[in-house]
Design a binder for this molecule. Structure first.
Ligand code: ADP
Ligand code: MG
Length: 100
């Protein structure tokens, strides 16, 4: 994974600070028949200015990872069951409500 350039880190004044830290992320979907464990412990970090590509077979959880971070899981069935999503120092899983 490419590192931030010194220039971009310095310009942000946040050297060595992670922008996004995902740890132990578990997301489930409650369906009529069963609970689908879509994410079973996702961990990664991103620095400011860094680009991250996610690669994996269809259904492995790429989209659900992004939807979990953005708090755009389907409200009725999707749920972050465990883990942390720390963005700029705040754990988004502690927030209540949905984004505007
Ligand atoms: N709304 C949903 N209800 C039930 N299961 C879902 C829902 N969205 C995704 N899933 C399941 O979560 C798993 C991960 O899906 P997804 O993140 O879309 O995979 P991909 O890596 O192809 O983007 C799959 O098993 C998928 O069927
Ligand atoms: Mg997808």
């Amino acid at each position: 994974m490419p590192k931030n350039t010194e220039v971009s880190q310095a310009s942000q004044g946040r050297q060595n600070k992670q922008l996004l830290e995902i740890s132990g992320l578990k997301t489930t979907f409650q369906t009529f028949a069963e609970v689908i464990r879509a994410l079973q412990g996702v961990d990664f970090t991103m620095s400011r200015g860094e680009t991250l590509g996610m690669v994996g077979e269809t259904g492995c959880g790429k989209s659900v990872t992004a939807l979990s971070i953005l708090r755009l899981l389907p409200g009725r069935s999707g749920k972050i069951a465990d883990g942390k999503i720390v963005f700029e120092g705040s754990d988004l899983t502690d927030l209540t409500g949905r984004p505007p």
